[in-house]
Design a protein around this ligand. Structure first.
Ligand code: NAD
Ligand code: UDX
Length: 461
């Protein structure tokens, strides 16, 4: 089957950029991205491309090229489902906050709603593609909902997990290490895989498009994220040992990374990993393992999260201890709030946890992030349970110079490139003395800062 009409349900960090790139690379395919969130869709349609709801380097140009040509954003979910031959489900699958599996299992209510809506609306055969990250065997549940429509419509369910990382989404989508498509082993299932593979073959080399059964595909996504996060927790564990022994974690990372069996990526010690995926997906893996009675497997992966929580707490504690065991009414300047550079996404950002800890010690926090503003910061703190009174202690500023004016210390929470190039002498002159810098990303030139007069502390040295 040649695909000419695609619908994607969910216009978020995955659905938006992924569909924009598909539309750019496949001008003959009409791609419609739908969402229940009218504000989000309005921003995707906004004429000022600086206002897109997802900030990703290069995304504005891709959207500019395809939008209105063969890329459309809409709130009319039924119409888009009805017209499409292939439907991506790219809705959020957060950690459950209620009921059984609370705090661990993935909340699949949005996925189920999509399946029911597709079942209700579809009048012709469809290929339904799981783009969201899902627990292994979710396709079974989706299939069971779709197979009970009673109107004779045939559905094929594929798993096609997305491996893009935020901040590099456009490049990752244009040059993916691999595209994974899992499908049913029947001839119909294989035909559906072929149809989706053909879409990707407009720009991805066939050798990089790999096929598997549905369950392997679903599990591969959770496994990839668990392995990546495990590397960060491993190097962060070593960073604590470095601080006790005089070893330097960057030197250790370089030395081990040159071993081709280990590799150099994902070995950057930090204040702790954040983002909407790592924690959620590992908790999900732990939950699934537990549900099969695999206690050792569950404990093994849970340790990655335990280590990450420890790293975030440790960073906050070190600030308090170094500032003479009290931060009450002192001003701490946060450089960065996003969970990594080049994104406006703050979900599970380490900054939220470090801020929560410091305001509990009655610190005042001045934040500057190039892409995150005050309402988002206050929302994040509220979501993570910080009281209204404590939230009042956090203020966002227009630039780093204002945020650090009169501060006792600076904490670097996100590795934005621009932080390196500031006039650090000017920042120093306007701070309380001694002036401290806690570099949670090992981003800044510690030697230069020390020469200026800062007391500089990095992670793992
Ligand atoms: P997101 O929250 O940014 O976007 C999801 C969107 O789906 C929201 O705009 C929401 O309004 C919409 N939605 C929910 N239910 C809907 C419904 N029934 N009908 C229409 N729209 C609906 O989430 P995201 O970051 O794009 O993640 C989506 C999925 O992709 C998740 O499963 C996630 O684990 C996975 N994933 C995310 C990333 C990432 O970097 N963010 C990477 C790979 C995979
Ligand atoms: C991750 C996966 O990389 C991606 O393949 C998947 O599709 C979604 O989840 P993302 O969360 O967007 O992507 O960003 P990633 O680059 O993986 O970083 C996650 C967190 O780990 C960030 O907070 C980052 O700062 C941190 N990190 C990453 C480190 O602390 N050290 C590192 O060496 C690498």
């Amino acid at each position: 089957m040649k695909i000419t009409k695609i619908c994607c349900i969910g216009a978020g960090y995955v659905g938006g950029p992924t569909m924009a790139v598909i539309a750019q690379k496949c001008p003959d395919i009409q791609v419609t991205v739908v969402d229940l969130n009218t504000d989000r869709i309005a921003l995707w349609n906004h004429e000022d491309l600086n206002n897109l709801p997802v900030y990703e380097p290069g995304l504005d140009a891709v959207v500019a090229e395809a939008r209105g040509r063969n890329l459309f954003f809409s709130t009319d979910v039924d119409k888009a489902i009805d017209e499409a031959q292939l439907i991506f489900i790219s809705v959020n699958t957060p950690t459950k906050t209620y009921g059984s599996g609370k705090g661990m299992a993935a909340d699949l209510k949005y996925i189920e709603l999509c399946a029911r809506q597709i079942a209700r609306v579809a009048k012709t055969d469809k290929i339904v593609v799981e783009k969201s990250t899902l627990p292994v065997r979710t396709a079974e549940a989706i299939k069971s909902i779709l197979d009970h429509t009673g109107n004779g419509v045939q559905f094929q369910i594929l798993s096609n997990p997305e491996f893009l990382a935020e901040g590099t989404a456009v490049q990752d989508l244009l040059n993916p290490d691999r595209v994974l498509i899992g499908g049913d082993q029947s001839p119909e299932g294989q035909k559906a895989i072929d149809a989706l593979a053909e879409v990707y073959m407009n720009w991805v080399a066939p050798a990089n498009i790999i096929r598997s059964n549905v369950w392997s595909s679903e599990l591969s996504k959770l496994t990839a994220n668990a392995f990546l996060a495990q590397r960060v927790s491993s190097i962060n564990a070593i960073s604590e040992l470095c601080e006790k022994t005089g070893a330097n974690v960057s030197e250790v990372a370089r030395a081990i990374g040159m071993d081709s069996r280990i590799g150099s990526k994902f070995l950057k010690a930090s204040v702790g990993f954040g983002g909407s995926c790592f924690q959620k997906d590992i908790l999900n893996l732990v939950y699934i393992s537990k549900s099969f009675g695999l206690v050792e497997v569950a404990d093994y992966w849970e340790q990655v999260i335990i280590m990450n929580d420890h790293q975030k707490r440790r960073f906050a504690n070190r600030i308090v201890q170094t500032l003479y065991n009290t931060v009450a009414d002192k001003k701490i300047c946060f450089l960065g709030w996003a969970f990594k550079k080049d994104t406006n996404d703050t979900r599970e950002s380490a900054a939220i946890y470090v801020a929560g800890h410091l305001v509990a010690e009655q610190a005042n926090i001045g934040v500057f992030d190039p892409k995150v503003e005050q309402p988002q910061i206050i929302f994040d703190l509220e979501e993570s349970g910080v009281s209204q009174n404590s939230r009042k202690r956090v203020t966002s500023y227009e630039d780093a110079y204002q945020a650090s004016e009169g501060a006792h210390a600076i904490a670097v929470l996100t590795e934005w490139d621009e932080f390196r190039h500031y006039d650090w002498q000017r920042i120093y002159n306007n701070m309380q003395k001694p002036a401290f810098v806690f570099d949670g990303r090992n981003l800044l030139d510690g030697k230069k800062l020390t020469e200026i007069g800062f007391v500089y502390q990095a992670i793992g040295s």
